[in-house]
Design a protein around this ligand. Structure first.
Ligand SMILES: NC(=O)c1ccc[n+]([C@@H]2O[C@H](COP(=O)([O-])OP(=O)(O)OC[C@H]3O[C@@H](n4cnc5c(N)ncnc54)[C@H](O)[C@@H]3O)[C@@H](O)[C@H]2O)c1
Ligand SMILES: *[C@@H]1O[C@H](CO)[C@@H](O)[C@H](O)[C@H]1NC(C)=O
Ligand SMILES: *[C@@H]1O[C@H](CO)[C@@H](O)[C@H](O)[C@H]1NC(C)=O
Length: 437
């Protein structure tokens, strides 16, 4: 029975196999005349149809709560009113303003970058899928914030080529700030396909549309410090090896850097990858330690503090969001034009990678001490061994390249930045009805 089922399951997806298994009936023509064989044959067909109906039908009808199927959601876009909104949001107000498509605009970094661009007079159009990797109501609140400053966020997926093409038809974007991605290191073990969907397939779809656009935009995108993986040489410099990723997330970001190289090489797209080091601040991401430590300390819940082998310190080069935003804007401003047109390369184009960090790693236990002082609550610390499921022991950026070429100079220490984060956190979640889950 179960063997038969799996055979039937294979029919639609392996037509070759289907043909092969049909052939015995064709060759046994002699037996065809026996009515007994005829009866057996038609009973078999009848049974097969019933089995197909009962076992295929439910599997082709995905349940909406299946996280790997989230990408199949459909969005409403198009129409004259929608196009008008798109155009007006993307129009620069200042004379030398650029027109930027910001993907992941309802995300943490995307919101801050979009607001900063709009503030200085650039045109900004957001694109975001509002997926539920973390509380979507926080993304909606960021959307409302951007809407007040005149930034429209189109709701859609970066892997939707038809939507991307439409956006480039409506607006001749000069730049793309690509921040949409599946972030998070440990979640990759739970939902690996979401990383492939957004960080690989989505990136390729975006670059395909960019290379065909006329004019081609210059692209700045978020890679990650996680590409340094198991590298032990510190501080991390751009030339260091990045071929030992410790998580699928890191592997997809590394793949993104290689894909960027290809599109630069073949199509003349101007591409700049930014390796962010643990970005934190107001409107931050609830899946990151500084954020859920704050929530759990306030709740009186114990917080896990990881320790490496031999009581080794786990440390992060925490980088404040305003410093990251300055780095992003500087990367956009120094990006040279793409050189191709109509999908053809005309000459060599710019290809860059920069670390954007803070250059001062802080042990995670110090992060907790700072939070205790700011929240005026003692944390219940639970020391645990660092699991080998993606997180590395420490990160430390060498930023001299970004300093030299982008004028990047981070100026916010962890104490100062966390103070701003905690102030935002308390005001955002005050009242209780919005209490972090
Ligand atoms: N925050 C950090 O510490 C950090 C560190 C290194 C790299 N990065 C990278 O920086 C970028 C921004 O990170 P963030 O912290 O703002 O994360 P975030 O999750 O807050 O923002 C990403 C946004 O992209 C959207 N998105 C995801 N997949 C999408 C898809 N297929 N189509 C359309 N939208 C999609 C999400 O809804 C989300 O709003 C990401 O590429 C991330 O990998 C962040
Ligand atoms: C992304 O889009 C392409 C082309 O539209 C599609 O073939 C592919 O299945 C999509 N990939 C994922 C992982 O969703
Ligand atoms: C930092 O990177 C630069 C290259 O940008 C390199 O010359 C320098 O030696 C690096 N510094 C350290 C301490 O590794």
């Amino acid at each position: 029975m179960s063997k038969q089922m799996s055979h039937l399951d294979n029919i639609p997806s392996t037509p070759g196999k289907f043909k092969m298994e049909k052939s015995p009936f064709v060759h046994n023509r002699l037996r065809w005349h026996s009515s007994l064989a005829k009866l057996a044959f038609w009973s078999f067909i009848f049974l097969a149809l019933i089995l197909i109906f009962f076992f295929r039908y439910p599997s082709s009808n995905p349940l909406p709560q299946d996280p790997s199927r989230r990408s199949l959601r459909t969005y409403n876009w198009g129409g004259p009113a929608w196009e008008k909104r798109v155009r007006s949001s993307a129009r620069a107000r200042s004379r030398n303003g650029i027109s930027v498509l910001v993907t992941g605009a309802a995300g943490f970094v995307g919101t801050h970058v979009s607001a900063a661009l709009k503030r200085r007079g650039d045109g900004v159009l957001g694109l975001d899928s509002f997926n539920d990797y973390y509380d979507p109501s926080l993304k909606r609140a960021r959307q409302a914030l951007l809407e007040r400053s005149g930034v429209f966020i189109v709701e859609g997926d970066i892997n939707d080529s038809a939507l991307l093409k439409k956006l480039f038809e409506v607006v001749a974007f000069t730049h793309v700030m690509h921040l949409a991605a599946q972030a998070g290191v440990r979640y990759a073990m739970e939902n690996p396909s979401s990383y492939v969907h957004s960080n690989i397939a989505g990136l390729v779809s975006l670059l395909e549309v960019c290379k065909s656009a006329n004019p081609q935009p210059a692209i700045v995108w978020a890679s990650s410090s996680s590409v340094y993986g198991l590298n032990t040489k510190v501080p991390f410099s751009e030339k260091d090896r990045t071929d030992q990723p410790a998580s699928l997330y890191a592997a997809t970001k590394k793949a993104g850097e290689e894909i960027a190289h290809t599109y630069n090489h073949i199509y003349g797209l101007s591409l700049t990858g930014l390796r962010f080091f643990t970005v934190y601040g107001p409107w931050g991401r609830p899946d990151m330690a500084y954020f859920f430590f704050t929530r759990d300390i306030l709740k009186g819940k114990s917080i896990p503090i990881f320790e490496a082998a031999n009581h080794g310190t786990v440390a992060r080069d925490f980088t404040y969001i305003d410093d990251i935003v300055k780095g992003c804007l500087a990367a956009l401003d120094t990006a040279e034009k793409s050189t191709g047109s109509g999908g053809k390369k005309k000459g060599p184009a710019q290809l860059r990678v920069y670390n954007l960090g803070n250059t001062s790693p802080v042990p995670v236990s110090d992060l907790v001490s700072i939070l205790e002082r700011l929240l005026k609550v003692n944390a219940k610390r639970k020391i645990m061994k660092l699991p080998r499921n993606g997180d590395v022991q420490f990160t430390h950026a060498n930023i001299s390249l970004a300093q030299r070429e982008l004028g990047y100079k981070p100026s916010t220490d962890l104490q100062t930045g966390l103070k701003k984060f905690v102030r935002w956190y308390l005001s955002y979640y005050s009242g209780g009805e919005k209490a972090a889950s």
